[in-house]
Design a protein around this ligand. Structure first.
Ligand SMILES: [Mg+2]
Length: 362
C-alpha cells in the first residue's frame, strides 16, 4: 500500500515574456501556478499542479495545505476514486467548484503521478494507452495583435513545429475579427487547421452572427462563444451558426460536461485537467465524449495533458497553451511535425525545476 505521509502545497507567480490578451480576461502579465506534492511512506513522490490567470492562487494553496492535507494523511494513495469522492463530498457544501476544484485537480494529478511512478509506467500507458503522438495546435492569446503581427506569430509557431493554430476573436467590431481570419487564410491557405476562441465574449445572437461570418473560412471550431452557463444557447449557436463549437475550460465537473453534451451544444468537449477535478474526471469526460461520438480536445497544461490524450482513441488536438512552463520544467514537451509526444518516463513526466520556481514564490 502506498500510504500517504505528507501533502505539501506551494504557490508561485510566473511572469510572461510578453503580456497576453483575450476578450474577457484583459491583459495578463503573468499567471499563478499552485503545486501539490504528495510523498508516500516509501519516499516516492507525486506532483500535481494547477493554474490561474492571476486570482485565488493563495486560496487554492490554503485549501490544499490546510484543509485537504490532513484529510488524506495516512490513506492509501492508490485509491484515487475513493479519495476523490471523499474530498468532493467533504468540500461540497462550502466549496463546490471554484478554487476547491482547482485544488482537488492538483491533488488528484499528484496521486496519479505517484501511482504511475510506483507502477514504473508513463501515465498514458497506465490510463489505457492509445498513441503517444498527439495532434497539437498553438493556442494564441493574441486578440491585441494586428493581422500582420498574427501572421508573423504564426510563421514563428510553424518554425517551432506547429501545424495547427488557434487565434483569439471577440473584438468589439466583428469586421476586425473577420479581417484577421481572412489574413490568416490569405497567408497560409485553406488547409491550415485553424480555430478561433472568443473567451465567452458574445450573447447567443451575437455568437450566431459571428459564426455565420466565420463560416466561409472553414474553421475547425469556434471556442467558448458564450459563458458556460447556457447549454441551450450553445445548442442554438451550433445549429444556427453552422460551425463546430468547442467549450469546457470553464466547466468544473463531469456533470457540467454531461449537461452541455446532452444539450447538443458542443462538438469538441474541452476539459482542463487543472480545473475539472483532475485526471480522474478528465478521463471520464473523455470517455463520455467517446460514448457520444465526439472528439475530445483540451485546454491548458499541455505538459501533462499530452499524457491524457495519448490514452484516448477519440482524442482531437492538444492545446499548446500560452501559459508555458518550458522554463520551469527539466524536460519541456517535445513537438514533432504538428504532434506533441507523450514521454515514456514513469509518471506524468513533468519534473519541475524547483530551484528556479523558488525564485518566483508568491
Ligand atoms: Mg479558450
Amino acid at each position: 500500500m502506498a500510504k500517504i505521509e505528507i501533502l505539501h502545497a506551494d504557490h508561485y507567480l510566473i511572469p510572461l515574456p510578453r503580456a497576453l490578451e483575450d476578450s474577457m480576461h484583459g491583459t495578463m502579465a503573468g499567471f499563478e501556478v499552485v503545486t501539490a506534492r504528495i510523498r508516500d511512506a516509501d519516499g516516492a513522490e507525486g506532483v500535481g499542479y494547477t493554474f490561474t490567470c492571476g486570482v485565488n492562487g493563495g486560496a487554492i494553496a490554503d485549501i490544499l495545505g490546510r484543509e485537504m492535507a490532513p484529510r488524506i494523511a495516512g490513506r492509501d494513495a492508490d485509491l484515487t476514486e475513493a479519495i476523490w469522492k471523499d474530498l468532493w463530498w467533504a468540500f461540497h457544501y462550502g466549496g463546490r467548484g471554484g478554487p476547491t476544484v482547482l485544488a482537488l485537480s492538483a491533488l488528484d494529478m499528484a496521486l496519479w503521478d505517484l501511482k504511475a511512478k510506483r507502477a514504473g509506467l508513463p501515465l498514458w500507458r497506465l490510463l489505457g494507452g492509445y498513441d503517444p503522438r498527439v495532434p497539437c495546435y498553438a493556442g494564441g492569446i493574441d486578440i491585441d495583435l494586428s493581422p500582420e503581427e498574427l501572421v508573423d506569430q504564426t510563421h514563428a509557431n510553424i518554425a517551432k513545429g506547429h501545424r495547427a493554430i488557434k487565434m483569439k476573436v471577440g473584438r468589439d467590431r466583428l469586421s476586425e475579427d473577420v479581417a484577421k481570419i481572412a489574413a490568416m487564410r490569405d497567408a497560409f491557405g485553406p488547409d491550415l487547421p485553424l480555430m478561433v476562441d472568443a473567451n465567452m465574449k458574445y450573447t447567443v445572437d451575437g455568437a450566431i452572427r459571428a459564426a455565420r461570418a466565420f463560416r466561409e473560412f472553414d474553421l475547425i471550431w469556434f471556442e467558448e462563444p458564450i459563458p458556460p452557463d447556457d447549454p441551450a444557447g450553445h445548442a442554438r449557436i451550433l445549429t444556427e451558426g453552422g460551425i463546430p463549437v468547442a467549450t469546457g475550460e470553464n466547466l468544473r465537473s463531469l456533470w457540467d460536461f454531461k449537461t452541455v453534451i446532452d444539450s447538443g451544444g458542443v462538438s469538441y468537449p474541452e476539459p482542463d485537467v487543472t480545473n475539472c477535478g483532475g485526471v480522474t474526471p478528465f478521463m471520464k469526460i473523455a470517455r463520455l465524449a467517446e460514448a457520444h461520438h465526439l472528439p475530445v480536445t483540451s485546454h491548458g497544461a499541455h505538459d501533462i495533458t499530452v499524457q491524457l490524450l495519448a490514452a484516448c482513441p477519440n482524442r482531437s488536438y492538444l492545446e499548446a497553451h500560452g501559459f508555458g512552463l518550458e522554463n520551469y520544467v527539466t524536460e519541456p514537451m517535445v513537438l514533432e511535425d504538428g504532434h506533441a509526444i507523450a514521454p515514456d518516463r514513469p509518471g506524468h513526466g513533468v519534473d519541475f525545476d524547483w530551484d528556479r520556481l523558488e525564485t518566483l514564490r508568491a
